[in-house]
Design a binder for this molecule. Structure first.
Ligand SMILES: [Fe+2]
Length: 138
């Protein structure tokens, strides 16, 4: 059974082009991973995709945090903690896969990850977007 893919809906738009472009790429990589939940892919292929997601999450969070610091975002610390929590969960998923479990098992164990991303973009990142736009960012 194919996992439900993430739809990038209008309410996920942050309104700052760099962040929106990165969210698009992140969702695209996550969807590739979600579509690999079955048995049609080798562990090597799956691991490669898992790493592509992990690498991009690290880059995206670092860029987003840099933008927040540059603009004196008052909720920077709280936002950074949320990013760290996500990374911890993602590492747990990777460890589960690395220990020999199927991607499906790892994703079931961590099925909150994709819904976390969607909720995070819709709430904290949209909130950040409002602040950045008030500072003249586009
Ligand atoms: Fe964020």
């Amino acid at each position: 059974m194919a996992a439900e893919l993430i739809a990038l809906t209008a309410d996920m738009e942050v309104g700052v082009s760099e962040i929106d472009a990165q969210h698009k790429e992140l969702v695209s990589r996550l969807n590739t991973l979600l579509s690999m939940g079955g048995d049609a892919f080798s562990r090597e292929e799956t691991l490669k995709t898992l790493n592509l997601v992990g690498e991009y999450v690290v880059k995206h969070f670092a860029d987003e945090e840099r933008i927040q610091r540059m603009n004196g975002y008052p909720k920077y610390e709280a936002h950074r903690v949320l990013h760290l929590q996500f990374m911890t969960e993602f590492q747990r998923l990777k460890k589960d896969f690395d220990s020999g479990h199927s991607l499906k098992h790892a994703m079931t164990l961590n099925n909150s990850l994709t819904s976390w991303i969607v909720k995070h973009i819709k709430t904290e990142d949209v909130d950040l977007g409002k602040y950045l736009k008030s500072k003249g960012q586009k």
